[in-house]
Design a protein. Structure first.
Length: 392
């Protein structure tokens, strides 16, 4: 195992009707003028936004609002939010929604707290020295951004999708009411479960440092999400299943399942970022479409981990060679994706990329990771292109 730092300062308030506590939490963390940042119409249609503003009004807390956060959130809206916050002297951000609204709010927070162009952080030209404090009311269990140090933004010019991580952006509090996720379309629920599992799998398939306790936590989380994703496919209103998945989403991306290893592989995410940037696909679906091709490309270089995953997570039969068991685990994972109507290749994702597009994505991915990256297997630009080709 490796030495590690585990830092999770976010206060979690979990359960039914917990959004009613938002004003008390904002006051607890010193907020006086709030930017409420949210996405599309669902937050409005469900009445959640009005409940939030009514609560703030009753508590005498001033606020301004900015909607419009979209999947693969856009840099243009981030710039708009930065200017609004400066104009209105905002001192606290409240993201109401899923990962897109949270990630966008984090970027706004970086832009207000630091001079210069906020894209510099996502383009790895500078490091942030602060961020406006942030609270979250979570409506989609998926990205784990409510407890993570990361955010991902898409620059419209050039369709470049990049992530940036810093402890400055960790939310002060996260309100999690599983009932708020019950109005999600089945596809979004499945995408969320896929993303949650992938955040753990990225940390699991490593060639550097492992701990038995961390592996046990990761494997248990993966089995739990797999089980409850099937329950939600058949019974979308199941509160207990919603709760299991929502809490798993936070634990999958707050660092817990990576303690003691080398930080994780993350190449499936990096490959998907280029898909999301170019084709604006749902993140979870993009991950499912690329993972099998990545896994078959790297598994021989990380065989003990793939065998362990096959036996302990996918629960395949322990017979045959290590390689045969590993491949059965990969096949079982793809069967699971299909069972929740997730794609297992780019064509099923609806992406009919030509060779030129694949070359462009591989090059942008290589540039984004600084040339090469990976823990299960280090991938260079040619390897990235090979995986994109295989995923067609």
């Amino acid at each position: 195992m490796f030495d590690f730092k585990y830092f999770t300062p976010t206060k979690v308030v979990f359960g039914k009707n917990t959004e009613a506590k938002v004003a008390d939490l904002i006051k607890e963390f010193g907020g006086t003028k709030i930017l409420i940042h949210y996405g599309g119409g669902s937050v409005v249609r469900s009445g959640l936004l009005k409940r939030v503003t009514d609560t703030l009004d009753a508590a005498g807390i001033s606020y301004v609002t900015l909607g419009g956060a979209v999947p693969n959130p856009h840099l243009g809206l981030v710039y708009e939010g930065i200017e609004l916050c400066k104009k209105e002297n905002v001192d606290f951000l409240l993201a109401v929604g899923g990962g897109s609204a949270i990630d966008s709010a984090k970027a706004i927070g970086y832009g207000v707290a630091n001079g210069g162009d906020v894209w510099d952080f996502y383009d790895y030209k500078r490091k942030a020295e602060g961020c406006l404090p942030l609270g979250v009311i979570l409506t989609i269990a998926a990205t784990g951004s409510e407890m993570s140090d990361s955010s991902v933004i898409t620059k419209e010019e050039g369709l470049v999708k990049r992530g940036y991580s810093s402890d400055f952006s960790r939310a002060k509090f996260a309100i999690m009411n599983p009932e708020l996720t019950m109005t999600l379309p089945d596809y979004q629920t499945a995408c969320g479960c896929t993303d949650i599992m992938m955040h753990t799998m990225e940390r699991y398939f490593t060639n550097g440092g492992n701990m038995e306790i961390t592996d046990a936590l990761a494997e248990g989380l993966l089995r739990t999400v797999k089980k409850n994703a099937i329950i939600l496919r058949d019974d979308p209103q199941n509160y207990d299943a919603r709760a299991e998945v929502m809490w798993a989403g936070s634990l999958a991306h707050n660092g817990l399942t990576g303690c003691g290893n080398d930080g994780g592989d993350w190449m499936t995410h990096k490959l998907e970022h280029e898909l999301g940037g170019l084709y604006d696909v749902a993140h979870g679906a993009g991950l499912a479409a690329i993972w099998g091709s990545w896994a078959r490309y790297v598994y021989k270089d990380c065989l003990p981990r793939f065998k362990k995953f096959a036996l302990n997570v996918m629960e395949v039969e322990n017979s045959g060679t290590d390689e045969e068991i590993a491949l059965k685990g990969i096949e079982a994972m793809e069967d699971f994706y299909r069972s929740i109507n997730m794609p297992t290749n780019l064509r099923k994702l609806g992406v009919n990329a030509n060779e030129k597009d694949l070359v462009v994505m591989a090059h942008k991915c290589a540039v984004g990771v600084g040339g090469e990256m990976g823990s299960a297997k280090v991938l260079n630009e040619q390897a990235m292109l090979d995986i994109y080709r295989a995923s067609m």
